[in-house]
Design a protein around this ligand. Sequence first.
Ligand code: SAH
Length: 397
Amino acid sequence: MIKTIVLNEDREKSLLRHHPWVFSKAIKKEDDDIENGSIVDVLDSNNNFLARGFYSKNSQIKVRVLSFNKENIDREFFKKRIVNAIDARSLLIENGNDGVRLIAAEGDFLPGLIVDKYNDVLSLSISTKGMDKVKNIILDILKELYPNFSIYERSDVKTRKKEGLPLVSGLLYGKDIDDTLFVLENNLVKIPIDVKNGHKTGGYLDQRASRKRLYEIAKNKSVLNCFSYTGGFSLMALKGGAKSVHNVDVSDNALQKAKDGVVFNHLDPGRCKFIKKDVFLHLRDLVKDGVKYDIVVLDPPKFIESANTLKKGCRGYQDINRLAMQIVADGGILLTFSCSGLMDLALFQKIVADAAIEANVDAQLISTLRQDVDHVVALPCPESFYLKGLEVRIKHR
Ligand code: SAH
């Protein structure tokens, strides 16, 4: 018997618009003893069916919707969703990308599940109790679809603790995998990916389109790549003919992988510098020394974790953008990003505009950038559009 949750009056609107989350404050009453991670039905205040989804006992998001129909949530259901998700990526794979996000959680109507493909390795990350309960079904389907691949689990996101889940990682299926995988991107370069110990599922596929943009504009330019991780942007800049590329990151491991990537791709290490330093400190030092670059890439980690830290996070973005603008050469380009889902594009643009005033420069928006197309956004769920970027041309006054 599927247990039920009844919403307060007038709280059904977002579900009728197919937003996939039910917040605890929208709930009027729920059946007794609903098991964490079980399937529940959500009803409106007149007991009409609205949606079916995973119940999260301890989360603010009490239900993550799987379906707006009364359908069975079984192997067949998950197989259909997974095959559909993979279909949506076929063009990317055909066009020279061996690294692709195959399943993007809410974006593919599979909340709590991310699967990234790196060559012949699937890196899987589960973040909710509900999805964790069906892990064996998901694994079974992936094995059926990719019998010759290795499947590695990276379910070590902090949010799992709230769901009452341990942080786990390790090989689930297939042969052991290399410490570094070199993964072809846009038919141009092979980017180092560390599935076992790297960030997230191993790397940042979401920046593929923006890295391509850098490739297009980098010829004969000096580039500063801030928060460089394993050097994806740098490889694209070098491939595009950049005169020099300087990488800044606090992680030794990431910088080492970035170095390995330059050699692996037969690009010129003589044009590169790898600087282990806090980006905020480094930018301040560069401002002090009057150093300028033709292009600066600014791809920081998430500054805004929750609504409570919005204001502080915004200040952080403004500060770092101001500093970066001061070291862009006259007429040069700043590629600046925010991966904070709580900050929308309009707010980000405003913050970067305010940073330009503080930096005493004129800033022109050349292009708007975003998470690449395999990081699908569910239209009714703006939170899944988390990564945005601005290509800004800087003129010093
Ligand atoms: N642009 C990268 C992804 C960046 S991820 C790509 O395209 O693949 C963010 C990186 O910022 C991580 O490698 C992390 O080690 C680094 N980092 C976080 N805080 C930092 C700081 N204060 N100074 C320098 N690097 C930092």
